[in-house]
Design a protein around this ligand. Structure first.
Ligand code: SAH
Ligand code: MG
Length: 936
């Protein structure tokens, strides 16, 4: 039934080796404007796969590109994006023409020569009168009292000259991950150069011939007038041994103190000629780099090549590996390292710098964990969590799952993830017979036609993780984001328990549709384990401080990992519910037992998230679910990891890094500013007055009064909206019961009912007895059997279809109310709801998805009637259909469809009493009766 129609890469793969020209750029390079591209639109009608069967459905537009060159024309395949079609055409042309661009693909030999030329040119008079950050270093080298007059440390060249770095990578691809090799290659190029001199064991380069006085003068006068004075620059010291703490340090730089020498001295080496430097870490635009000593690593010198090398597998050298620095930069870094953000600017040769605080360091670390980028970009490190569900772009806040996964791969220097979108053909339309026999077709017809697979490659381009997920989406982008999110969540699970045994790695995931090439995977992520594995043990030592905090005060209850200290503000009618978007303000402070000072960590005036998807920490989610709009609360919870605290610590970071954190906890103050209802309610309110839910309640009340019902059970009562309304109406009811499986909703229902019943200020109610049970309505409880009236409003669509069928059987065969009222959305009405709620949406948009993301299905009229009729006939009930919102006679029928079941024969009454055992699986949550006092 499911046929793969096309497989395309949503994300063209990026080369990791080094930047190469795109096919289009290469063609441009060769042919300039004589190359002409033309785009053709291709309409793709999905083939029904079934001759003679015509299915109305969306037509998808794809693009094909024709490329005309003077001596060749080619045509690409079809793509969803124009630019992919163009690149593909260019690629085909390149293959046909056998183009090998020498400018974009130089050989290592050519690059070696070019490097010699490049390094030599850096010391020319001509270069020295140009603009380049290296000129700032020359300014130092030409200083009057300079011991090494005119000598430039190699570290300076590597820190400033992009071109030299790129050439090194072509000469030897290992240079990508090995800063020592880069230095060696540059040193070697200088030795080969006839115009340059090098020192024997020190990394200096200088020009043989003297400079003209004019050149020296011009370099020295460059930054005259803008004297640096004395500055203190914050940097971070990362000791080689993982057992020692990372520490803040200050670099005192001045006109007299060359910054590279200052760094060298902090690392206990003589001067800048003994320094090595990493690539840029963090933002590519910064000059944040790791500096480390040369003496630690230069253990042998291959004289034939003139290179310093590190014999691999040498235990001593391996023990000098600075794991944290390696992890940050993805390069081999040895010995203690300093992370600093300093450099000379291009034009003026002024020094520019930015402090690298401990927080900066911990933020860099955080950016590398799978959910770190999300927390950082939402600027809510202590509040945001990577949501566990993607329910559409409008509900998702922050960078999309796809962008997050790409960022994660980039952080670990892995190739971009590969997304393959599979289009699934529909080969079935809703015919009557199919409907009855196979209700699950509903899924295919309501929800869409895209599936997405994801591949994560290792640096060596081997597949190391594959995600293949069964869920089908109406929109291609939804399919991509959902798959990306699943992969991210899997990584997150892995990062939270890095020390898990390898065997579990492969077993943990299968059910999720993820399979891992364990060997490749472990190779890539070995470094994480050695860093965080150590840390994780460390965290275990920070045990709960809240235990002792609660001991002295019986009012403090430790529940759900937190202690709620107080809630404030009047309760309003607007509660956050799953699927609603909520906006809160919050502040997080660190509190130490016995210390009156609270340390401010994080706060936000407005923070928006979707309730019920785990988009915030568990404690915040629990807290807000107990509040309504305008209420605020304060709660405390145990410390998260110290890394997280230091990443947000700001000013206090230095102090906090020194105090032990076992006596501390976090105090959150938050307030709900506003709640946007779930789509369902927004849509229903936009179109109906009174609202659809109001109309459902009125429909039920009419049934109650017409049949003079005395007892009622509301199956899936939720927060008690029906039961609550019943109190305000005069009805024939004496006893009302609600059942639900959501304890949160039940708690809310109890609160409201309790208030109203105990106030009972002249309300018209005849109700003497009200009860709430926690239990599943697919399971029978004898206490609710034989009631006059059963209601089940907008509940069945929240269960899997199979469960809805079971509920139908259980309710009619065992609970056997005289009358049962069941309502559920009419799927056919969705297009109208959607248009009214979102008028800006284009006419041609495909049928909308379900009204609420918690809905497992939504039925057409036919499907609902089929379910109800079948049930009624099997259990000796009669059924009639009605509804609210819209009209039965006008297409597409009622917005909310309702079935009213009536028990046919009275001899079934007390059927339940004959049963041998009277199962009572429900748990009593709350009970009120008129005579006795209620137990709450
Ligand atoms: N009837 C209410 C609530 C509708 S929302 C109203 O009209 O406002 C659907 C409710 O069904 C939720 O509260 C959910 O917890 C409940 N529900 C879903 N499956 C259930 C089950 N198997 N047993 C009991 N309640 C269930
Ligand atoms: Mg619903």
């Amino acid at each position: 039934m499911v046929i793969m129609e096309s497989q395309e890469q949503a994300q063209p793969m990026l080369s990791v080796e080094r930047p190469t020209l795109t096919p289009k750029a290469l063609i441009h390079h060769k042919y300039g404007t004589t190359a002409s591209y033309s785009i053709e639109e291709v309409q793709q009608h999905a083939d029904s796969g079934c001759p003679g069967l015509v299915i109305p459905q969306q037509v998808k537009v794809l693009y094909r590109c024709h490329l005309n060159l003077p001596d060749l024309s080619v045509t690409s395949d079809t793509f969803t994006r124009k630019k992919d079609a163009e690149q593909s055409a260019a690629k085909i042309a390149i293959e046909k023409l056998g183009i090998q661009s020498t400018t974009s693909n130089p050989t290592p030999e050519e690059s070696s020569k070019e490097l010699v030329a490049r390094i030599s040119s850096l010391f020319n008079d001509e270069f020295l009168s140009s603009s380049h950050p290296l000129i700032g270093h020359f300014g130092v080298a030409f200083g009057a009292n300079r011991e090494h007059f005119g000598m430039i440390p190699i570290v300076a060249i590597i820190a400033c000259d992009v071109k030299a770095n790129n050439l090194c990578k072509v000469i030897d691809c290992k240079a990508e991950s090995n800063p020592l090799l880069v230095s060696s290659l540059v040193l070697n190029a200088a030795r080969v150069s006839s115009s340059l001199c090098t020192a024997d064991d020190e990394l200096w380069i200088w020009k043989q011939a003297p400079y003209s006085a004019k050149t020296i003068e011009s370099v020295n006068s460059r930054d005259s007038g803008s004297s640096l004075g004395c500055v203190q620059i914050g940097a971070t010291y990362i000791p080689c041994s993982i057992k020692e703490n990372v520490e803040a340090l200050t670099l005192d730089v001045s006109d007299e103190h060359y910054y590279l020498d200052v760094i060298a001295q902090k690392l206990n080496v003589k001067d800048s000629s003994r320094l090595l430097v990493s690539r840029t870490v963090g933002k590519a635009s910064s000059e944040m780099k790791l500096y480390f000593p040369f003496r630690e690593v230069a253990h042998s010198r291959d004289d034939s090549l003139g290179l310093f090398t590190n014999p691999k597998g040498n235990e001593h050298i391996d023990s000098m590996l600075n794991k944290r620095a390696c992890y940050l930069s993805g390069q081999d870094i040895y010995g203690d390292a300093i992370l600093a953000n300093i450099g000379y600017s291009w034009k003026s040769s002024n020094l520019f710098y930015e402090d690298v605080s401990l927080s900066t360091y911990y933020r860099l670390l955080l950016a590398k964990v799978p959910d770190g980028h999300y927390k950082l970009s939402r600027e809510a490190i202590l509040a945001a969590e990577l949501p566990t569900a993607y329910t559409g772009r409008s509900n998702w806040k922050g960078p999309t799952p796809k962008d997050l996964l790409c960022a994660f791969c980039r952080q670990h220097r892995l190739p971009e993830p590969l997304f393959s979108v599979l289009t699934i053909k529909k080969n079935t339309s809703l015919s009557d017979t199919q409907m009855k026999s196979d209700v699950s077709h509903n899924n295919l017809d309501n929800s869409g036609t895209f599936r997405c697979e994801v591949k994560i490659l290792s640096r060596r381009m081997e597949t190391m993780l594959e995600g293949s997920f069964a869920d089908i989406h109406r929109k291609e982008s939804d399919a991509i984001h959902c798959s990306a999110l699943k992969v991210l969540l899997w990584f997150n699970k892995y990062f939270k328990q890095l020390d898990m045994p390898v065997e579990r790695l492969s077993s943990l995931d299968h059910s999720d549709g993820i399979s891992v090439n364990v060997e490749t995977f472990c190779q890539e992520f070995a470094m994480c384990l050695s860093i965080f594995g150590f840390k994780q043990n460390d965290y275990l030592r920070i045990c709960s401080s809240l235990g002792s905090f609660c001991k002295n005060d019986p009012n403090r209850k430790y529940k759900n990992g937190m202690v709620v200290l107080n809630t404030e503000g009047p309760e309003s009618a607007v509660f956050p519910s799953p699927g609603s978007l909520i906006c809160i303000s919050y502040t997080v402070e660190l509190v130490r037992i016995g210390d009156p000072v609270k340390y401010h960590l994080e706060s936000k005036d407005e923070f928006e998230f979707e309730v019920g998807t785990g988009a915030v920490t568990y404690q915040i989610e629990t807290c807000v679910s107990q509040l309504s709009v305008n209420q605020s609360a304060v709660f405390v919870m145990d410390m998260p990891s110290k890394d997280l605290i230091l990443a947000v610590a700001g000013e206090a970071v230095k102090h906090l890094s020194e105090i032990p954190l076992y006596n501390c906890f976090l105090e959150y103050s938050l307030k709900i500013l506003r709640v946007a209802q779930p789509l369902e309610e927004r849509m229903e309110q936009a179109l109906f007055s009174p609202s659809l839910s109001r109309q459902r309640v009125e429909f039920a009340i009419q049934q109650i009064n017409e049949s003079c019902a005395c007892t009622l059970v509301d199956f899936g009562c939720g927060s008690g909206s029906l039961l609550d309304s019943l109190l305000a109406h005069s009805t024939t009811l004496e006893k009302i019961v609600g059942v639900d499986i959501s304890q949160k909703s039940l708690a809310r229902a109890a609160k409201i009912l309790h208030q109203k019943l105990s106030l009972n200020s002249g309300a018209p109610t005849s109700i003497r007895h009200a009860v709430l049970y926690d239990g599943s309505i697919t399971v029978f409880d004898s206490r609710l059997a034989g009631f006059d009236m059963g209601t089940c409003l907008e509940v069945i669509e929240h269960m899997e279809e199979g469960q809805a069928h079971i509920f139908g059987d259980v309710v009619l065969s065992s609970f056997s109310p005289k009358i049962l009222v069941v309502s559920t959305p009419n799927y056919e009405y969705n297009s109208i709801l959607q248009k009214s709620a979102m008028p800006t949406m284009e006419e041609k948009t495909a049928p909308c998805k379900f009204r609420n993301h918690d809905h497992k299905f939504e039925w057409t009229r036919e499907q609902f009637e089929c379910w109800a009729t079948d049930l009624a006939s099997r259990h000796n009930y009669r059924v009639e259909f009605g509804g609210v919102g819209g009209s039965a006679d006008v297409e597409p029928g009622f917005a909310s469809q309702i079935a009213v079941f009536r028990r046919s024969s009275s001899d079934l009454v007390e059927n339940y009493a004959k049963m041998e055992d009277s199962p009572q699986p429900y748990e009593l949550i709350w009970e009120w009766s008129h005579s006795c006092r209620s137990s709450f």
